[in-house]
Design a protein around this ligand. Sequence first.
Ligand code: 3PG
Length: 306
Amino acid sequence: MKTLIATEKPFAPKAVEGIRKVFENAAMETVLLEKYTNKQQLLDAVENVDAIIIRSDVVDAEILAAAKDLKIVVRAGAGYDNVDLDAATAHKVVVMNTPGQNANAVAELALGLMVYAARNGFDGTSGSELLGKKLGIHAYGNVGRNVARIAKGFGMEIYAYDAFYPVEAIEKDGVKALSSTEELYTTCQYVSLHIPSTPETKKSINYALLTKMPEKAVLINTARKEVINEEDLVKLLEARPDFKYLTDITPGNDAELREKFPKRYFTTPKKMGAQTAEANNNAGIAAARQIVDFFVNGNTKFQVNK
Ligand code: 3PG
């Protein structure tokens, strides 16, 4: 059995070593394709492999068609919007993710971005503190829960809205559960996005919603760029000189945002949320173990295209 680790943005070397060990112990082979710069390299690399580990790397119908021996793709991470699930199912390929493995890393970055916003990008001017400020966590999954845990240490007043997570479980964490996105955005000066990119959520963060945020609003996005209505975001930043947008996923209209709002818009140069040695290790090794467990025991616990 041969597994390809296909990572345009590589894991930390120690994590790659750990993944290799897992496969070695199971008498399986590992091949590595890092920092590839075009799709053809990926098309060539997938040709004779039984399994693939990816990050935000795109596995579409063309890649799946080229991967003749492929049985399983594991997205080392939470979001699997980069995999064409229908095409995978049509090719009888199992797709899995590794939920929770990089949640703390992403949550720490979300708080880091809040501090950066509160301190005016460390530009020397007098900023503000997070203590006592209202934080809205939009979706209370693995990352959202970690954001709540860390934000408590900052002394923030924490609110959350999640359409699927039980209210009692949210409130047990000392977080106030609100009943709609509108209520969350109306209540909170800081909002941290943790919704996945799905047909329902795409472009759902729009002008009508953002305009409800209180004075000196800060929107933090460590989720997906697709959930933002980018035209509306420009309109909003124009209408609200007090509004800041900080993101870990460079928007499609980055150049326009940079030019128009240099003090109120910030993006990391490369998606950094899960880019820690710990998260790489957690997610990468979990992915490798899931692949071994799939081939040895037929375990499909984390399958997302059932
Ligand atoms: C995830 O969905 O787990 C994160 O967005 C991490 O993405 P990355 O592996 O590309 O850093």
